[in-house]
Ligand binder design. Structure first.
Ligand SMILES: *Cc1c(COP(=O)(O)O)cnc(C)c1O
Length: 383
């Protein structure tokens, strides 16, 4: 039956445990499974390849992204790594110039050395993606909204480019979460997630995921998932499965608080520039309205007249916002991309896309909005 989002978040992939009736999926803390005679088993042989707790999570993730198959990984980077293993020397990848730092690092420092070429374009401009396609292009990798400057790519329009040239099309949906956008419905072949962020939502697990519809592609990816072994353990799978049950409630609160924080910071005398796709003057606002259900809880600002020292002072002064890497948890975090999440990107490359020394990224949590605004007021001053 086609259930709606919240019902799927709470129930998909999960049934009461057949042996005990336990309503919540047990943590199957086992590496191996008894076989009646060799090859005669219940579908589980060895937990690197299959585990019942992980399977419940993967089925739930697949349902939330409107996909048929889900694969969970020990981190978002392990999920990315598994997709890149589909490539061969000489293949080309078109990707964004404003990527998560770890994605940039695995592309340029790991896979480039195996003869794979990465072409970086502004994915907000479909024309640039189309122009970059050559006969060697094999994959398009898009992140939207981007991190940290919250640019959007038109998922559907890029999907048409991918289909025309028969390219594999991956969307990193970490920032939006499946509550806000579903790339498979808009033409993506694979959705990638860092489940560490909104999916788990409580900043206590590192995990990644891939979700897709094509069975042949699923089998190829499952081969590398099992052969290379970047799969998560059952305890972490349980925690993410538990986190998913409130994804819709959390996302609504993140969006509501994100809007209040963005509105407070807009036109604030200490803020030179603000990035939040909900503003009608955001260059990609129209795309955001079309492909997202709301605008999310991520807000980035460039501080006015602040050098690195002053930026560090401000970033360290908050009481409710915690200075830390990562995002998407219930608690509000503040991050200095240039030295933290994006430290692995050369200065010139990051400044070209706006990751300047006085940029701060806020992951707005679900605390009381008034307390968040008061925290901002105390550090940045009144409007
Ligand atoms: C965090 C993140 C990743 C990497 O995921 P890990 O779980 O940290 O390995 C990839 N993409 C985006 C957009 C992220 O924010």
């Amino acid at each position: 039956m086609a259930y709606k989002f919240a019902t799927k978040a709470i129930h998909a992939g999960q049934e009461a445990d057949p042996t005990t009736g336990a309503v919540m999926t047990p943590i199957y803390q086992t590496s191996t499974y008894k076989q009646v005679s060799p090859g005669d088993h219940k579908g589980f042989e060895y937990s690197r390849g299959t585990n019942p707790t992980r399977k419940a999570l993967e089925d739930c993730l697949a349902a939330l992204e409107n996909g048929k198959f889900g694969l969970a990984f020990a981190s978002g980077m392990a999920a990315t790594d598994t997709v890149l293993r589909l490539l061969k020397p000489g293949d080309e990848v078109i990707t964004g110039d404003d990527l998560y730092g770890g994605s940039y690092r695995i592309f340029t420092k790991v896979y480039a050395q195996y003869g794979i070429k990465f072409v970086f374009v502004n994915t907000s401009d479909v024309g640039q993606v189309e122009d970059a396609v050559t006969e060697r292009t094999r994959l398009i990798w898009v992140e939207t909204p981007t991190n940290p400057t919250l640019k959007l790519a038109d998922i559907e329009a890029i999907g048409k480019v991918a289909r025309k040239s028969n390219l594999l099309y991956v969307v990193d949906n970490t920032f939006a979460s499946p509550y806000l956008q579903n790339p498979l419905d808009l033409g993506a072949d694979i959705v990638m997630h860092s489940a560490t962020k909104y999916l788990n939502g409580h900043s206590d697990v590192v995990m990644g995921a891939l979700i897709l519809n094509n069975e042949e592609l699923y089998k190829q990816l499952w081969f590398y998932y099992n052969a290379c072994g970047g799969t998560p353990g059952p305890q972490d799978a349980f925690l993410v499965l538990r986190g998913l049950k409130t994804l819709h409630v959390r996302m609504r609160a993140h969006c509501e608080n994100g809007r209040k924080v963005a509105e407070f910071l807009k036109d604030h005398p200490k803020v030179e520039k603000i990035y939040w796709p909900g503003f009608s003057d955001h260059p990609d606002h129209e795309v955001a309205q079309r492909q997202m259900r709301d605008f999310g809880g991520m807000v980035s600002i460039v501080l006015r007249d602040a050098d690195l020292h002053e930026t560090f002072r401000i970033a360290s002064d908050f009481k409710v916002f915690t200075l830390a890497e990562s995002l998407g948890g219930v608690e509000s975090l503040i991050n200095h991309p240039a030295t933290m999440t994006h430290g692995s990107i050369p200065k010139e490359a990051r400044e070209k896309v706006g990751v300047v020394d006085n940029l701060l990224r806020l992951s707005v949590g679900i605390e009381d909005a008034e307390d968040l605004l008061e925290d901002l007021r105390l550090v940045l001053g009144d409007k």
